[in-house]
Design a binder for this molecule. Structure first.
Ligand code: 5AD
Ligand code: SF4
Length: 474
């Protein structure tokens, strides 16, 4: 059976027009658009990078739609072109400049071109120098000012910027244009107060700010009433959540309380930081069926020496204690991770330790990256850079090792039954796709019509290192 690419199928099957996806405010009245100076103006928004960026884009789209803009699918058809950018690695950051190059501007055409997100925050006004046809540069900590900035552009201002990161507010909007009709993303903590020596996030997203628990839960109740059955809490270090309200709800408590909201069947969260990964989070997963049994716990390296250089604040042994908490829990859990290979000074022995960590933990999934020096970060000036070819070699050795682990562990799942949340439909008849609670993608066959959005049981019939296939069972 061919593997259904979930994202593509989702986009296809969700081809229902923007109005119907704007479920948070289905009754949007004309008065809500009263301040719009842009009825009918069109925008194109392309997103690079992580889920936080994807979700920020949902909010940006919501702001624009509430101002009367219409979203279009190509930059050619748009009057406003926005790129929500990622600068976590050099390659991602370069991508936006190549996109901007494509929109140098056709003579006689007046488009508003904006750079949002991490590259905007990192490069700031320098973007105007490199691409003078850009008129808006805005980092994620300033998105709450977007309506004002758009109004300035509409009033004829040629250039506006939003580059502060010292705000203690989080970005909440009246309206969010949610891309997935069942799974809602909710940012519960923005920014990052850790100081990993390779990472730009503390510079581009600013310091940690958590959203009040009652505000999160209120929005989640509304989403459940609108028919959302799954929520994913987002944050660069989601489990460092610190409720700013007097309620002082702990992160694990927030998970359990969210899981108890009528209509909510799954509660996910990403990304967790090992240092703040406490036993009560494992307890929440064990005790509450609706809290998903998947934890993304980036380790970055298996060598304590490298971890110290990375300023990760834990050793290999301390990390493994967190893993042991999960592996010995009553409910099985899928653990995934991020690893960086070729950090400055990483020796062959350090790398071997990362390989042995993979064997020890037997992760259910891995995202591996070659170290990429980033501006302003301490690691950029560390000695003993690893040559590019060696980074590539380590990356492929690591990936081959993980592939073997996944081939074996996925193979052992054949015959087992999983509950799948159906999120995609193949063009091929009777073929569907969805996620398990442990966040594995399953492609399956079923002759039952109208399964989209439903939760069904699927028996796995075959498995590869990166895919699972099965059949619907009643
Ligand atoms: N180079 C390579 N990978 C990086 N990551 C973060 N910064 C860098 C960098 N400078 C990776 C980490 C992080 C993931 C989101 O991106 O593994 O967990
Ligand atoms: Fe970057 Fe480290 Fe913060 Fe993660 S915890 S966003 S890797 S600084």
């Amino acid at each position: 059976m061919s593997v259904i690419k979930l994202r593509e199928t989702m986009q296809k099957s969700f081809d229902v027009g923007l109005e119907s996806l704007t479920r948070q405010k289905p009754e949007a009245s004309p008065t809500e658009h009263a301040h719009s100076g842009s009825q009918g103006a069109t925008f194109f928004l392309e997103t690079f990078g992580c889920q936080m960026n994807e979700h920020d884009s949902e909010k940006v789209a919501g702001v624009l739609l509430s101002r009367g803009y219409r979203q279009v699918e190509s930059p050619e058809a748009a009057e406003v072109i926005l790129y929500n950018t990622c600068s976590i690695r050099e390659k991602a950051a370069q991508k936006v400049f190549s996109r901007l190059g494509e929109f140098r501007g056709t003579p006689g055409e007046r488009k508003i071109i904006g750079v949002l997100g991490c590259v905007a925050q990192q490069e700031g006004k320098d973007i105007f120098r490199r691409a003078p046809w850009v008129s808006l540069v805005c980092g994620s900590a300033s998105y709450r000012n977007l309506p004002k900035m758009l109004a300035e552009l509409e009033a004829g201002n040629r250039r506006v910027t939003g580059l502060e990161t010292d705000t203690d507010e989080t970005f909440e909007t009246e309206m969010t244009r949610r891309d997935n009709p069942w799974r809602a993303y909710l940012t519960i903590i923005e920014g990052c107060d850790k100081a990993c020596s390779y990472c730009v996030v503390p510079y581009t997203r600013g310091p940690e700010r958590s959203r009040a628990s009652d505000s999160i839960l209120r929005e989640l109740r509304q989403l459940a009433e609108l028919g959302y059955t799954e929520v994913q809490f987002l944050g660069q270090t989601v489990n460092s959540y610190a409720d700013p309200s007097r309620r002082k709800m702990r992160f694990a408590e927030l998970l359990v309380t969210a899981a108890e909201i009528p209509g909510i069947r799954r509660v996910r969260f990403t990304t967790s930081h090992p240092r703040d990964f406490t036993p009560d989070i494992v307890e929440a997963i064990v005790e509450s069926e609706a809290v998903c049994n998947h934890v993304h716990l980036p380790v970055q390296s298996g060598s304590s020496r490298v971890l110290r250089e990375m300023q990760r604040t834990y050793t290999r042994e301390q990390y493994l204690e967190k893993i042991a908490m999960m592996r010995t829990a009553r409910r099985p859990m899928a653990i995934t991770t991020d690893i960086i290979v070729g950090f400055p000074g990483e020796t062959e022995e350090d790398f071997e330790e990362t390989l042995s960590l993979l064997s020890e933990v037997r992760y259910e999934g891995l995202f591996a990256f070659k170290y990429s020096p980033r501006p302003n970060t301490p690691a950029t000036s560390m000695p003993d850079a690893i040559p590019e070819e060696e980074k590539s070699r380590r990356l492929s050795v690591l990936q081959a090792h993980q592939r073997e682990i996944q081939t074996a562990s996925n193979g052992a799942l054949v015959g087992k039954v999983f509950e799948v949340h159906v999120e995609g439909k193949s063009r091929r008849e009777n073929q569907w796709a969805g996620h398990t609670s442990c966040h594995r993608v399953v492609n399956f066959s079923s002759a039952t019509p109208d399964l989209l959005g439903k939760y069904v049981n699927v028996r796995l019939t075959s498995a590869g290192p990166n895919s699972l296939a099965g059949e619907h069972v009643s």
